[in-house]
Ligand binder design. Sequence first.
Ligand SMILES: [Zn+2]
Length: 318
Amino acid sequence: MKINKYRDFVGTTPMGTELNILRYEIDSEKEGHHIYIQSGIHGGEITQWIAHELFLFIKKNLHQGKVTLVPCANPVSWTQRAYYSTNGKFDFYMGKDWNRNFPGNSEGSMGEKIAAVLFENAKKADFVLDLHTSRESIPFAIYSRPEYEDILKIIAIKYNQFIDMQKNSSYSNTMNACLDKVGVNNLCIECGSHDAYEPNNIREVVNGIKRLFSAYEMIDSKFTEIAPNEIKTFAKTVKYTSPMGCLIRLAKPLGAEIKKGDDLFYCFDNNNLGSIVAVQSKHDGVLFKASPTHIYWSGDDVVQLLLNEDTKPLTTVD
Ligand SMILES: [Zn+2]
């Protein structure tokens, strides 16, 4: 077993400090698959719980192939702090989503330089996992090609959202879409909520990744937990927004199965003290994502549902 730690240089700050991306290579030194796992292209999305756990596990148990772990893929987005909140989804300089700079450009902007270094390393692997968190959410995988459903069946995260990233131009510069273009299989996993420690969510994702290692014969199958028998894919989501500026409380917990007519959330309006306005669902689906706040302006995103129309159950692999 060989474990190497690299610091990939991406640039310098005005203070002269070097900006580097840490990369761990855990190599069994035996022929096999190479999986690349990346955390934290967006600052504040703490999926590093998973990287820590996987690192400890792999260094003991990897018996074939190689794993690359990048625990913090972006040395700039994590510096974007305001009080206790790390606001690392968008580049404050360019106003752009940090995950829209791929495949990157080593002569380009800071974001493109970071993307270029990440992409160069990621495309050497034969499978790439890009780990994120999503506002307040349950874990769900995002996949960009129907062919990846075979991999979803192995990893067996309960909810899986299909986004056709080649057709939908707003995704064309994500890491996933660019890896598709160079023929590297990949998946994005939203591992739960921003800036949270959610043991059950971590467990679901770590177990899924271990099942993938096992299917690729990189670890012994005795280390894996049995997958749920069935998982679901969704191709459509719907967003519910705030009808007014107000405070909002959710009516249902994340992960709840919602029926048409169910209360989704309650609005508390200062123009009408004492009255509470309920907003009801017009759809059947799963409450998978909510905004991490109670404070809303008119038209802000409140919750999103994965819609039951266009859903497909998949039987998982034993
Ligand atoms: Zn993200």
